[in-house]
Design a protein around this ligand. Sequence first.
Ligand code: XMP
Length: 319
Amino acid sequence: DWTMGAYREQAIEAIRQQVGDKKVICALSGGVDSSVAAALLHEAIGSQLTCVFVDHGLLRLNEAEEVLSMFRDHMNLQVIHAEEQELFLGELEGQSDPETKRKIIGKLFIDVFQKYANEIEGAEFLAQGTLYPDVIESVSFSGGPSVTIKSHHNVGGLPEKMGLKLVEPLRELFKDEVRALGVELGLPASFIGRHPFPGPGLAIRCPGEITREKLEILRKADAVYIDQIRKHGLYDEIWQAFVAILPVRTVGVMGDGRTYDYACALRAVTSVDGMTADYYPFSHEFLGETATRIINEVQGINRVTYDITSKPPGTIEWE
Ligand code: XMP
C-alpha cells in the first residue's frame, strides 16, 4: 500500500524531529494500537525506545510468551517483562464488585508502569497508541454530562505526573489505517487481525471473585473455544469472542459419576466499533461440538451456555 508507505516515512521523520536523541518509554499491551505504535517508534528511533509489558496475571493462555517472543526475538525491541502477577492477584483476592476490581487493576497498572519506567534512566517521552477516534471522543465528551458504565484504565494523567512528554504517532489514524500501517511495518497479519482484548484482561471475564483456579480453567476453555472458531474459519467474521467463567457450580454426570463443576458462557459478537454489538449466529452444530470439546478437554467445567445478548442492553464483556 503506497499511501501507508508514504505515511510511514512521514511519521518516522516526525518522531525523529520530536524526540531527537532522547529516550522513549511505551506501555506495550500486545493489542494492535500499542503494538503498531511500538513498531513504528522502533523503526524511527531504534534502541532509544524501551517498552514495558505489564503482566497482571490476567492474560490468556501463552499470551505473554507470544507477545514477548514476537517483539523481542523477531522485531528486536527492548521489552521489560513486568512480572507482577502476585501483586495483582493478591490485591484482587476476595474482591467481587466489578468497579472495585477495575479500579484496583487500573491503579496497580499505573503504579507498576511507573515503577519500571523510573528504572529507565533518562527517559523524557512516553509513547501512546492514541487513535483519532480517541482524540475526538475525549474532546466531545469533556465537560458534558456523562455516565460511566465501566471505568477504563489507561495511562492518562501519568505523563504530567512523571514529567514526561507525550509521543502519539497514531493520532491521525483510524483503526483500519493502524492495521494497514502494522502490516506495512512487518507485523504478522494474524497478529494485526486479533480480536480486541480489554486492559483488565480475564478479570472481567471472571464475574465475582477471581481465584487462580478459575483463571486456570478459564484460560483452557477460552483456548479451546478460539481454536474451534479458527478451525471453522469464523475468526475474521467475529469482532470479539471469549469465554466467561461463571461464579456458579452445577451438577453434571460423566461416565458413571456425578460432577460438580463450573458453568461457563461463550460470547461472540459482531460489531463495527464496540459501541453496539450483535451476538454471532453460530450454527447449532458448532455450538454443540464446542460444548462437547470444552467439557471433555477442560477439567473443572461441566456446563456450557451461549450468551445471546446484544449490546445494548448487554455489554460485550460480562463486567
Ligand atoms: P463493553 O464490555 O463495554 O466493551 O461492551 C466494549 C469494548 O471495550 C473493551 N473493553 C475494554 N478495553 N479497557 C480496555 O482497553 C477496559 O477497561 C475495557 N473494558 C471493556 C471490550 O473488550 C470491548 O471490545
